[in-house]
Design a protein around this ligand. Structure first.
Ligand SMILES: *Cc1c(COP(=O)(O)O)cnc(C)c1O
Length: 383
């Protein structure tokens, strides 16, 4: 039985939606992007605007640019994340300051963030690890009086809810979602910036397409002036295609159903792993006012690295997919040399990295597949 780590589930509707765009004669940003943005903002809820982009990485770049990050500024990022969470700050010449995570949520530890703040700190990029909807209120209470902006990296967190409302509506300056191929919903490549702040949304829209401003010529307004535009910044090329947006609209309509498939798999894992020397991922019970997006199912072996590595070898033998999320940034060459680690130790992330393993998780992962994965894993634990 060959079991991949992840498998994309696309409905016939999704395929037909893309085909319709392909036949329409208009492939790039247009009416489907507009519709996708409108539907995404409505889905997330609250009084937010949504700006579609070609990746979450682009979205983080635009969001940090829009809040005014400059060379020499400091941006705090958890070390236990994908490099994209940190690189956007580096694009802008800011210094990345790495902090350790909380052992129970695997998200940035607020007390470590507090210790890392200096008078140059301008922003915190907060990651909802694995799709776990962390409470950002304590972080906002810490940052707001200091005029430090919070940007949520919600690449794992659609559709995650905290206290009944979606991630992206809890007061961050901006929240960025990813539609990369293996995320909880996909457009192949793509992302979405969600913000309650009209100035941030406007700036992201401007910088998303070359810094081109058509509004500055709207006073002409006549049909024969449609060709006019101005360029007011050296912007970027971060727009989303209508091909991708059509896929996004369809995936968004199914995003709760897809989540239920993954949540069901997580429940089966929970049950099967309960009595083993394994630390299961942080989560809430179903039916709570909180909802986990279940992007990842990362476990930790109490037996440590040696046991984890034997499980990896057994998975490889049995054609079972797996992954490790993540090698902490401070252990990677670039970030080891180009981040500030101001008197911080990373004991939680280091211990986690030594003994973690992400199990296969996708919407139609079946019960027999889960039983097989668990039996291979149990055989290793039983020696
Ligand atoms: C996938 C991912 C990103 C980047 O998303 P892209 O859409 O591929 O740019 C950023 N942060 C985290 C935590 C991710 O997992």
């Amino acid at each position: 039985m060959k079991i991949p780590f992840f498998k994309t589930v696309l409905s016939e509707d999704a395929i037909q939606a893309v085909e319709k765009v392909l036949r329409s004669g208009w492939l790039t940003t247009g009416q489907y992007c507009q519709e996708f943005e409108d539907k995404f903002a409505t889905f997330v809820g609250g009084d937010v605007q949504a700006v579609a982009v070609n990746s979450a990485t682009s979205g983080l770049h635009l969001a940090l640019e829009a809040i005014g990050i400059q060379p020499g500024d400091e941006v705090i990022v958890p070390t236990l994340t994908f490099t994209a969470s940190a690189e956007a700050a580096a694009y802008l010449g800011a210094k990345v300051v790495l902090v350790d995570v909380d052992p129970t949520t695997l998200c940035a530890d607020i007390s470590r963030i507090k210790d890392a703040i200096t008078d140059r700190t301008k922003a915190v990029v907060f990651v909802h690890f694995g799709g776990f909807p962390a409470d950002i209120k304590p972080l906002l209470n810490l940052c707001t009086p200091l005029n430090i902006k919070v940007i949520e990296d919600a690449a794992h967190a659609i559709p995650a809810r905290r206290n009944g409302t979606h991630i992206g509506t809890h007061g961050a300056a901006a929240t960025v979602f990813s539609f990369y191929a293996n995320k909880t919903m996909t457009t192949g490549e793509g992302g979405m910036i969600v913000t309650p702040n009209a100035d941030i949304a406007g700036r992201c829209r401007l910088m998303r397409t070359h810094g081109i401003n058509r509004d500055s010529f709207s006073r002409f307004n006549g049909k024969s002036d449609q060709w006019r535009y101005d360029v007011v910044e050296a912007g970027y090329k971060y727009n989303l295609t209508d091909i991708a947006a059509a896929l996004g609209i369809s995936q968004l309509a199914e995003v709760e159903e897809l989540r239920q498939g993954r949540a069901h798999a997580a429940t089966l894992y929970d049950r099967a792993l309960k009595n083993l020397p394994i630390i299961r991922p942080p989560h809430f019970l179903e039916g709570d006012e909180h909802q986990h997006a279940w992007h990842l199912y990362p476990i930790q072996f109490e037996g440590g690295r040696e046991v984890r590595d034997r499980v990896i070898a057994a998975f490889a033998d049995h054609n079972i997919g797996y992954s490790v999320h993540y090698t902490p940034l401070h252990k990677l060459t670039f970030w080891a040399q180009n981040s500030v680690q101001s008197n911080q130790s990373f004991t939680v992330s280091d211990a986690y990295f030594d003994r973690c393993l992400s199990l296969p998780l996708f919407p139609n992962l079946s019960e027999p597949e889960i039983e097989h994965i668990v039996s291979v894993l149990t055989d290793v634990l039983n020696g």
